[in-house]
Ligand binder design. Sequence first.
Ligand SMILES: [Zn+2]
Length: 431
Amino acid sequence: MDSAGPVESDRRAVKEQEGETSMTDKFVVRSGWLIDGTGTPTLRQGFLQVTQGRITSVGSGNPPSEKGTRTLDFSHCTVLPALVDCHVHLCRSGAPEPPQQRQSVPRASGETDRRIARHLRLCLEAGIVAVREGGDPHASTLRFRKERLAGDSPIRLLSPGAAWHAAGRYGAILGRAVPPGRTLAECVSQHLDSADHVKIVQSGLNSLSRFGYETPAQFATSDLKAAVEAAHGNGLRAMIHANGFLPVRSAVEAGCDSVEHGFFMGKENLERMAERGISWVPTACAMLACAQTAPPGSLERETARRTLDRQIELIASARAIGVQIACGTDSGTPGVLHGSSIWTELSLLAKAGFSVEEAVRCATFHGARLLGLEQTLGILASGMPASFVAVRADPSRLFETAGRLGPVALYVNGAEVAIPVPESLILAEGA
Ligand SMILES: [Zn+2]
């Protein structure tokens, strides 16, 4: 069994070996196992050569030795690309109790900012270097990204501001209702200049009392399509919350970039998504959290368990059909903790039949591509920035170990990120 002790001493050993980390120098990363993020088989004793923060070569065995090149010895670790979480709620804590949860979106900006900063630190400490916010009612995460996030922060935050939902329907905790007399497309168009992407809520939540109960679509397909086209016309992508066959079908027909959750969507929708290149963010770990936090023996617990099993079957179908899955956790929702939950999501992909390499690709390359960050993140290949994590486990125990202990090291653009992460790496000075 691993324990916190050896991990701490690992971190110290690595620090002593490398001395001062600098973007301008050369170093070699030796790994026990190297997973490059493309889905290709693990390289045993893989190495990376890094110059000025970029990877110059990837190989296995003994790296060519060059005078003055430092070696980072992760030969007891699996090294993989730094991760991307495509669905987070940074204003919310993930507190498992529903009453606390309801009160957990503070309006005051000082308190909210400290909370967002704390959650971003947890993400980094889990090896996540880019997150996509799923919406908050006061657009606090978007304001934070613009006004408070340190300019040289190792973590990227993309936010839609507030999500849009239909009046009287689910979504108030994520954003705003379309006002009477306005269309969704008009509302979306008005806010395109400031947001990083668009988030639309097209169905309700999954029922935990009626298994597979489908809520009606919130918006007509034509209205949804006009909203997605407005986003695309402004260079923004659209993420659509949709559960059930009809809500997902309309999201797919509208041409969205990703279906969020997609519980009970059915195989026909998966086939259309594969044809149209639409990503799926299944957030299965959020349903696992429902199953784990509901009272033992309750209907909610049983329904959540069955819903999760159904989602895992659907994920297996998506793999067979060739739908691009990107990992998102829904962290911040009840029982879903920021950061470490990404490793739980990876374990659930493995349960659905993904190889370790295929699962890692969903939380690295596929995530980076969905966020439009694939030029700088997601794979370990020559020419890419050296942004990677090292986990003290072989690939067979990678997800479980990382979920429990976190990575032993995180590098972004060739520079080590200290763990625990100092607040100064998140909050801009004097902000
Ligand atoms: Zn969400």
